[in-house]
Write a protein of this length. Structure first.
Length: 202
């Protein structure tokens, strides 16, 4: 399958056929306009069009059954806030932006809690009250440092270091060149290092 056709399959869930792109775009535009006016049936049609690519995007980030729930949550959020959407723009990038925010929120909660026991904490009192307080402080500082990153570096850090995705997969998921992913990772690591090495403010 040619690269352009493969991209069309990823974005729409259907193989591309010659001359179909313009027709699909016109149909999508009409559905978006109707949905923006409150037509629930038109929104349902958009869900049918885009549920597969949204699910695949969630699966690529989560690699777990949570992807199905997050994909559904994406459409719920989109329906509730559809009045904010510009119906003259493509629908899928807007849906992917919603899905990405939901997935990354879940990743941060899930991965931080799952890895608490594996984080190195020095000192014999690691399992005592002082050790637990120190661990909570480390986690809190890491969370604050991640939150302070710009979106691109933050997303790249989470996907590379927590989800262990490759440069290529991150670039495909975020729809940016691999060079941009590498730049984001370098910038994010440097900022995290500075934040975690600086004295904590009490």
């Amino acid at each position: 399958m040619a690269e352009g056709e493969e991209r069309a399959v990823i974005e729409t869930g259907h193989a591309a056929t010659p001359g179909s792109d313009a027709e699909n775009r016109r149909a999508e535009l009409e559905l978006a306009r109707r949905a923006h006016r409150g037509d629930a049936a038109a929104f349902d049609e958009l869900v049918l069009r885009f549920r597969r690519p949204v699910y695949r995007f969630c699966w690529r980030l989560l690699r777990s059954p949570d992807a199905e729930d997050l994909a559904q949550d994406t459409f719920v959020r989109a329906f509730v806030h559809f009045e904010r959407f510009d119906p003259e723009r493509p629908v899928l990038p807007w849906l992917i932006a919603i899905a990405r925010r939901l997935c990354l929120d879940l990743l941060r909660r899930r991965k931080v809690m799952a890895r608490v026991e594996t984080l190195p904490v020095t000192g014999p009192s690691a399992r005592g009250p002082e050790g637990e307080a120190s661990l909570r402080e480390q986690l809190s500082r890491l969370e604050r440092a991640l939150d302070d990153l710009d979106e691109g570096p933050r997303v790249a850090i989470v996907l590379f270091h927590i989800e262990e995705m490759s440069y290529r997969d991150i670039a495909a998921a975020l729809e940016v060149p691999m060079g941009t992913v590498m730049t984001w990772l370098h910038r994010g690591r440097a900022q995290l290092k500075r934040a975690l090495e600086s004295p904590s403010v009490t």
